[in-house]
Design a protein. Structure first.
Length: 364
């Protein structure tokens, strides 16, 4: 028996040879082994578990949930952990309440997979990821626990559709806004396609002579009303975007490092719930169907691609990590490959194409 340090987990673990098999323990019910002495102190208990595994195998899975959340929090950004914690408590933990560890087998997980199929594509992908981490954690406590989980069935293409405003609809929406700060906010969302966290984190010093600097994203914790600035979603999201006249002419004569969209609380910016309320108000005044906040970003991408802007440029503008991400979401806006080839052939002038070639089928 020995204890080792895992760089990927950032904690210690125990390895034991028992009856010709290797067993690993990455954490106790109290949490992961952050110090070597914690792992050494748990060695005797782990031996007892291996010698009388029936005691731990009848334990309720949910009794290990707090230890799992402690282990999950290691190495994750606070905002990421907050989302995964909510997914675990809302969707994963209820499926395992009252279930003994020994019952977590392939057939039980088939039922778990069926229960999660009703989730949307985005949320289902996140929940499945959290569920796999949970199963790996349980397997570290009792190695016989199955880690097999059916692949998440993606939603149909119809369910992945989104709403957006055309340029004319957005200008109508904008004409109903009387507040200067609100006009600037929605113009930034539409013309620059910023994520809501990136837009609300903007400060006046981010509007510079060389363009708009996107350097941070605001994170919100709705359960406590907290907000804090963090790095944008990906390294590609940190970018400098050229000036857009439709936005720059809305800039007031202000200077300093304060928030562009401050709330009534000193040192804070407005939150997404405030933005949603404004969307509902202004869309109703314009006689338009309200769209979600993120659909202003979709509106920007749709406007650019439909106007003939190359996908590569749109990807850089939106701050996507690769062109593949842009194509995955907006490929339906591009002309069909077959239509492109057909239009090319139909546009050829036979008189300028040299001698034509007639293909003849040869008899075998």
């Amino acid at each position: 028996m020995a204890v080792y340090y895992s760089k990927s987990r950032g904690s210690w673990y125990i390895r034991v040879s028992y009856k010709g098999k290797e067993f690993y323990c990455y954490s106790s019910p109290d949490g992961p082994f952050l110090k070597k002495r914690d792992a050494l102190g748990y060695e005797p208990s782990f031996i007892l578990l291996l010698g009388g595994r029936s005691s731990v195998s009848v334990s309720d899975c949910s009794s290990f949930s707090e230890a799992f959340l402690k282990d999950l929090s290691l190495g994750l950004k606070a905002s990421t952990f907050y989302g995964e914690r909510l997914d675990f408590l809302a969707h994963v933990k209820p499926l395992f309440d009252g279930v003994p560890l020994s019952s977590v087998d392939r057939y039980f997980l088939l039922g778990v997979g069926s229960s999660l199929e009703g989730l949307s594509l985005a949320s289902g992908t996140h929940v499945y990821g959290v569920c796999r981490k949970w199963l790996a954690f349980l397997n570290g406590i009792l190695p016989s626990v199955s880690v097999y989980l059916p692949v998440h069935k993606r939603a149909s293409s119809a369910s992945r559709s989104y709403s957006f405003y055309t340029l004319d609809q957005f200008l109508l929406f904008l004409s109903c806004i009387k507040d200067e700060d609100d006009s600037l906010l929605f113009s930034v969302l539409f013309y620059y396609g910023l994520r809501i966290g990136e837009a609300l984190a903007l400060r006046w010093c981010d509007f510079r002579d060389d363009g708009l600097h996107v350097e941070r994203s605001m994170c919100f914790r709705n359960d406590k009303g907290e907000q804090y600035a963090s790095t944008p979603k990906t390294s590609s999201s940190v970018r400098v975007l050229p000036k857009v006249d439709a936005v720059w002419r809305l800039l007031p004569d202000r200077h300093g490092s304060g928030f562009c969209f401050p709330s009534s609380r000193e040192g804070k910016c407005i939150g997404p719930s405030t933005v949603r309320r404004k969307i509902s108000e202004y869309s109703s005044a314009a006689g338009l169907k309200p769209i979600r906040i993120h659909e202003f970003r979709h509106s920007c991408a749709t406007f650019l691609i439909s106007s003939g802007v190359p996908v590569r440029n749109v990807s850089k503008w939106l701050g996507h990590s690769s062109e593949a991400i842009t194509l995955k979401v907006y490929s339906h806006l591009l002309p069909s490959e077959k239509d492109v080839v057909s239009d090319f052939i139909n546009g050829l002038d036979p008189g300028k194409c040299g001698k034509s070639v007639v293909w003849k089928n040869k008899k075998p």
